[in-house]
Ligand binder design. Structure first.
Ligand SMILES: CC(C)(COP(=O)(O)OP(=O)(O)OC[C@H]1O[C@@H](n2cnc3c(N)ncnc32)[C@H](O)[C@@H]1OP(=O)(O)O)[C@@H](O)C(=O)NCCC(=O)NCCS
Length: 161
């Protein structure tokens, strides 16, 4: 762990949004693409908080839609930097939907993204390491090397980088 490491609690970010009709499909549930856009935004904010630099999205590594949200629901997005490489940050995002009238809250989406810190020339720059604090953060930190290797293999097998 680099000496200038930053706690995952420091990058932890929450955003709350109301699901409104323009964000939804013909069955009144939110578009997946809209959720992806929210996820990308919170991941960028989270990575900027961790690195104190401008960041770009290198990849949206996985997205699991495990539930839906309806018009009138509240979307709660939570994110933190789970692990880092030299210049990249793995951000983990969870999205919950909440029905305030029924007092129901459920997990709808989980996602991992890779954000890269860049300098004014758009070149990758070194980021601080991560100090995991909660049980969830520790688990994701400890399993990060496996996910990183899987992503590398996917990129190589896919003929991309
Ligand atoms: C991401 C980007 C800065 C990488 O630049 P690069 O010159 O190829 O840099 P490198 O090969 O040195 O890689 C830098 C880091 O990014 C990671 N990386 C690069 N491409 C990646 C990809 N497709 N997926 C995941 N990680 C990636 C590398 O593993 C490396 O991580 P590390 O330093 O922690 O080991 C560059 O490809 C870029 O600017 N892409 C466009 C980003 C953008 O515009 N996003 C918005 C969505 S359209």
């Amino acid at each position: 762990m680099p000496s200038n490491s930053v706690s995952s609690n420091q990058s932890f970010t929450i955003q709350t949004r109301l699901v409104i009709p323009p964000d939804t499909n013909h069955i009144n549930t939110i578009f997946g693409g809209q959720v992806l856009s929210f996820i990308d935004e919170i991941a960028a904010i989270t990575a900027m908080r961790h690195s104190n630099s401008v960041v770009v999205t290198a990849s949206i590594d996985s997205v699991n839609f495990v539930g839906s949200a309806k018009v009138g629901d509240i979307l709660i997005l939570q994110a933190f930097v789970a692990s880092t490489g030299r210049t990249s940050m793995e951000v983990y995002v969870e999205v919950f939907s909440e029905n305030l009238l029924k007092k129901e809250k459920k997990l709808t989406t989980t996602s991992f993204l890779t954000m890269v810190a860049v300098n004014e020339d758009g070149k990758p720059c070194v980021v601080p390491g991560v100090i995991p604090e909660t049980e969830q953060q520790k688990l994701l930190y400890e399993t990060a090397a496996v996910r990183r290797e899987q992503r590398k293999m996917q990129r190589e097998n896919g003929g991309m980088r």
